[in-house]
Design a protein. Structure first.
Lengths: 221, 321
């Protein structure tokens, strides 16, 4: 009897938690959608003042001409100058992966790149994964698999996984690839190794791997 | 971060001219330099962004080797089909270094020139002869578990962090600059009394390529031992090449990482293996010679037996004994 009510309670709690997660995800999604639609205030070209550099970034399909202090990292340009705060600042030293974005289709740490180095480049941030209102497959898989707790590393995890699946598709080797002369397998070992640049201090790793694997099933080489 | 001026030249000559400005530094991938600028260890006054120079190709050379453009990313190089099949230990060293994001950003020449991760070098409140010549070495009497057991001096025991450079050392690579070629074995300097002076590049000299001679005969492998399975620097790494026939070693090469103040080629160990009958004893002897002259400082004492065993085991695996 006790066991049964315990399991009822557990189910109810899990149901509530799942509901909250869905709300949280919707809220997050609504914010990013609004952000993407509203766009930044600084889209018009401002000529660089003495000591500044002119930087043209195409972010999620929109081109921005910015005048920046040369010290501005790509991460700070995205967050502070373009208002795209989905990309997170974790360590700011390339160790945690929370700031991962795609640069010309390739995943990079936005904290370890000057915005000026990316002049003319195409950037995709988490806000760019769902521009038309529908979650990307990986985003949906993260929600479905409960692949986060606090959510802070999640945009970086999803952007990194997006880049990672493309690397797998292109056959890039990893330290988990046994035979370098053949294309890498799509398996848990490869995913874990390839995602080692993204730290999750809530340790949601098993669910992150599950979310990625559920999407990776579609990867064909 | 301190302020600096920034420019992005489009050809090698302009980059070299720009580098003559006071306090100038080249910026390629930026993964190490920007990190060090954030913690105030590197303080360039002028950054010369070379990342758009046309040095992104891996091409075959007439002598059967490869010339790797200075700006080829670590990820691109690890994935190059010629590297994967002809120089697999280089590909293995690359994919065992850093994280995927960093490998996408980091360049070949930048990897060679990355600075040590000695925590005292990074901590501007602590003495460090490499960062601040003459201030002393905090690691000698401090926490030195990650430090070098080979090639150190009373001034510095900082370990060279690169995996790629260890592989290139075993492959007899050479560094090509705009004006000359430097064999990789002559490229890095031991710390001795001047640990801040790390390479034999002239000020403002630009690396344009890294050249590989034709691949060595035999089997090759890069093995890395570290505190966690991924995204960690080496405690000990071994780049090994073994060419054998009829139960005997024809030729062997071995270079070590994680243990030296520079990528460490162990030529005596190579000589002792040459012609030897293939068995565990020969490889144990090679392991002993790899750590000849090694000197621990307390925290890093464990690296000496570890290196010896990793060498022996790596060659035993290559030879299936």
């Amino acid at each position: 009897m006790n066991n049964e009510s315990d399991s009822h309670l557990t189910r109810r709690l899990m149901g509530a938690a799942s509901f909250m997660m869905t709300l949280f995800a919707r809220e997050l999604f609504a914010q990013t959608k609004e952000q993407a639609q509203r766009g930044p205030q600084t889209a018009s070209a401002v000529p660089p003042a003495p000591g500044e550099v002119g930087v043209r970034l195409t972010v999620n399909g929109r081109t921005h001409d910015l005048a920046l202090d040369p010290r501005t990292s790509l991460l700070d340009a995205l967050r502070d100058h373009l208002g795209l705060t989905g990309t997170k600042k974790g360590c700011d030293h390339g160790q945690c992966g929370a700031c991962t974005v795609l640069v010309n289709g390739v995943r990079m740490n936005a904290c370890l790149s000057l915005a000026a180095q990316r002049d003319g480049d195409e950037i995709v941030t988490i806000e760019g994964l769902a521009p038309d209102g529908a979650m990307a497959a990986l985003q949906a898989a993260f929600v479905h698999n409960d692949a986060f707790q606090c959510g802070y590393c999640t945009p970086g995890q999803i952007m990194s996984a997006t880049g990672m699946l493309s690397e797998l598709q292109r056959g890039l080797p990893s330290a988990a690839t046994g035979d370098l002369s053949t294309a890498p397998a799509v398996n848990v070992e490869e995913v874990r190794e390839r995602m080692s640049g993204n730290i999750c201090r809530c340790a949601a790793y098993p669910n992150i791997v599950a979310a990625i694997m559920s999407t990776a099933a579609g990867v064909r080489r | 971060m301190r302020s600096f001026t920034y420019e992005r030249p489009t050809d090698v000559a302009a980059a070299q001219a720009a580098a003559r400005r006071p306090g100038a530094k080249f910026l390629a991938g930026g993964t190490n330099l920007l990190d060090l600028m954030k913690v105030d260890v590197e303080r360039p006054q002028h950054l010369v962004d070379i990342s758009r120079l046309p040095l992104r190709e891996v091409r075959e050379t007439p002598d059967g080797g490869l010339s790797i453009g200075a700006l080829v990313s670590n990820a691109e190089l690890s994935a190059d089909p010629r590297v994967r099949t002809l120089y697999p230990l280089l590909s293995q060293a690359l994919v065992n270094g850093a994280s995927a994001q960093l490998r996408n950003q980091a360049t070949t020449a930048g990897n060679l020139l990355q600075r040590t991760r000695c925590p005292y070098f990074y901590d501007v409140s602590k003495p460090c002869n490499k960062r601040s010549p003459g201030s002393g070495c905090s690691a000698l009497q401090g926490f030195n578990r990650m430090h070098a057991v080979l090639g150190g001096s009373d001034a510095c025991i900082a370990v060279h962090p690169s995996d790629m450079a260890v592989a290139l050392t075993a492959l007899d690579a050479e560094v090509q600059t705009a004006s000359r070629k430097i064999a990789l074995k002559d490229f890095y300097r031991l710390p001795e009394r001047t640990p801040a002076h790390e390479t034999n590049l002239e000020p403002g000299e630009l690396i344009t390529a890294v050249n590989l001679p034709r691949p060595p005969a035999g089997q090759q492998i890069y093995r890395k031992v570290r505190d966690r399975a991924s995204f960690a620097f080496a405690l000990v790494s071994v780049a090994a090449v073994l060419d054998s026939a009829n139960g005997r070693v024809k030729a062997a090469r071995v270079a070590l990482g994680g243990v030296g103040t520079k990528p460490w080629r162990a030529t005596e160990a190579e000589q002792t293996m040459s012609g030897a009958q293939i068995d565990r004893r020969a490889f144990d002897a090679a392991g002993d010679l790899c750590v000849k002259g090694a000197h621990g400082h307390g925290g890093n004492d464990f690296k000496i037996p570890l290196a010896r065993r990793v060498v022996s085991r790596t060659f035993s695996e290559l030879a299936h004994v």
